[in-house]
Design a protein around this ligand. Sequence first.
Ligand SMILES: [Zn+2]
Length: 332
Amino acid sequence: MILERTATLADRPEPLRQVDLPVPEPGSGEVLLEVLACGVCHTELDEIEGRAPPPSLPVIPGHEVVGRVTKRGPGADRHALDDRLGVGWIYRSSGADEENLAPEFTATGRDVDGGYAEFMIVSQDYAYPIPDAFSDIEAAPLLCAGAIGHRALRLSGLADGQRLGLTGFGGSAHLVLQLARHLYPNATVAVFARDPEVREFARQCGADWTGDTTDRAPDALHAIIDTTPAWKPVVEALANLRPGGRLVINAIRKEDADKGSLSTLSYHDHLWMEREIKSVANITARDIAEFLEIAALIPIRPEVTAYRLEDANRALRELRAGGVKGAKVLVP
Ligand SMILES: [Zn+2]
């Protein structure tokens, strides 16, 4: 499935087109994966609608890829044929500790072809063994939603016994909730979501308290992770933070539709008392490899809905519409 031009989903409800392409050849240090599953991430909407546009088109989207090694390029001996590997948002980068922030960061499915396909090429250094604990479709959302959620939770600075908030409860947050339960067994978790069905899902996943985006948690929170594309939840989350609390925004772009909400920001009510805001940018190879190990230990149970690859446009429209619990995964 290829993206040929950027436009809003409202203007162009079928943004991707199914085409036949030759099977790519792995180069030096690369492997060819037969794609088994590919998750649908909100970032794809940012690419398609032009908020985080691909540098050149057409491109194959998709950066939550689970595939099997079917061919190895010269010198690619790190993984064996038939190994099941995952690929995330980081396609390649500097290899340094902060490679997620490096100028050479190259994003899978935006800067190079990704996993909305039957085959894809990846560097052996940016492909990770998938633990046996997960099926193909369960593993897919772990590679971005889960791994970046893990990074966001780390950046939140939460300690055990403290109070965590999650605003928005989709593909990433439902994994972060399970991770937080494991890493911080004495922490409490509050979930803010507009949709009553999504709040019910959050309670089933173990949330201690749920409310609407504009509600106040019973006690002010030490840290909140925002996974929404909007601005109102940012303002509301700041009002739910205790003094010294931190809001982590886990989104590559925010949409402008409700940007006017920012005019309600009060320095006194939302920022004063050393409240802080931190964004999460990209991911490192180490983040993904570490998260997959922890996820298998817990084990995290992703809630997934499978779609056929040719139904990718419908999956994207349903992601935009919201209200569907868990993560969406394409199966070729
Ligand atoms: Zn993603």
